[in-house]
Write a protein that binds this ligand. Structure first.
Ligand SMILES: *Cc1c(COP(=O)(O)O)cnc(C)c1O
Length: 218
C-alpha cells in the first residue's frame, strides 16, 4: 500500500468508527481531500488510492493545477471551499462541481447567472459564520434561512450548510449548532470537520468532511 493509500484508509476507518458510534452509515459521509498547496503528484497518488472528491480554496491555484488532472480522471469532483469574490464567479462555475462557501445573496446572484450562461449547475452549500467571527467568511446565523430560501429559488441544487469553527476552541458545540440550524431549515447536508476534528463532526451529523493535512502528510 502507498503511504497516500494508508493515510486515506486510516481516515476512512476513523469516519467509519465515528459513524458507528452515532449509528450512522459510512456511506452517508463523503471524504473530501483538501488539496490546496499540494502538488499534482501528491494529488495523483490519492486518486490512485481511490480518492474522488477534492477541494481547493483559491480559484486561481485550482485553475493552474486541475484542468490536466481532471482531463485524465473524468470521475473526479472538484469542490471550492475558499472565500469567493463575485468577479470570480464565471471561473468558479466553469471549474467546480460543488461550492461550499456561498455566504451572501449578491454572490448567489452572480453564481446563478454565470451557471445559466455556462449551462452548468454546481451544487452549493451555504456557509454559516458559526462562531460569529467578524474576520471570517460565512453568512450571519440569523440570515442563513433567507439565503437557503434564495438558493431554493435558483436552479442550483442546495447541498447543505457548511462551517469552519473558530480556531483553538472545542469545535463540537459549533458542529451541533450547525446541525440544529440545518434541521430548522430542512437542509440535507452538513460540510464540517477537518483533520483535527472530523470524527467529532461525523458523530454530530457531518455528511462531508474536508481533510487536508491528515491525508497529505505523514
Ligand atoms: C484547508 C482547509 C481545510 C483542511 O484543513 P486541514 O486542517 O489541513 O485538514 C478544510 N476546510 C477549509 C475551508 C480549508 O480551507
Amino acid at each position: 500500500m502507498s503511504s497516500a493509500e494508508q493515510r486515506r484508509q486510516q481516515i476512512l476507518g476513523g469516519i467509519k468508527g465515528a459513524a458507528k458510534v452515532a449509528r450512522r452509515e459510512l456511506g452517508d459521509v463523503t471524504l473530501i481531500a483538501v488539496s490546496k498547496t499540494r502538488n499534482p503528484e501528491a494529488i495523483e497518488a490519492l486518486i490512485a488510492a481511490g480518492q474522488r472528491d477534492f477541494a481547493e480554496s483559491r480559484v486561481q491555484e485550482a485553475q493552474s493545477k486541475w484542468p490536466p488532472i481532471l482531463a485524465r480522471h473524468p470521475g473526479v469532483r472538484l469542490h471550492c471551499v475558499g472565500r469567493l469574490q463575485s468577479n470570480k464567479s464565471a471561473d468558479t462555475v466553469a471549474l467546480f462541481d460543488v461550492i461550499h462557501s456561498l455566504d451572501r445573496p449578491s454572490l448567489l446572484d452572480s453564481l446563478a447567472n454565470e451557471a445559466e450562461k455556462a449551462g452548468r449547475a454546481p451544487c452549493v452549500y451555504v456557509q454559516a459564520n458559526i462562531g460569529n467571527e467578524p474576520q471570517k467568511g460565512g453568512c450571519p446565523i440569523p440570515e442563513v434561512g433567507a439565503l437557503v430560501a434564495q438558493v431554493r429559488a435558483t436552479p442550483l441544487p442546495l447541498a447543505g450548510l457548511m462551517c469552519i469553527p473558530p480556531l483553538g476552541v472545542e469545535p463540537s458545540p459549533f458542529f451541533a449548532l450547525l446541525a440544529k440550524i440545518a434541521a430548522e431549515h430542512g437542509v440535507p447536508g452538513l460540510s464540517m470537520g477537518m483533520s483535527q476534528d472530523y470524527r467529532a463532526a461525523v458523530m454530530l451529523g457531518a455528511t462531508a468532511v474536508r481533510v487536508g493535512t491528515a491525508l497529505f502528510e505523514d
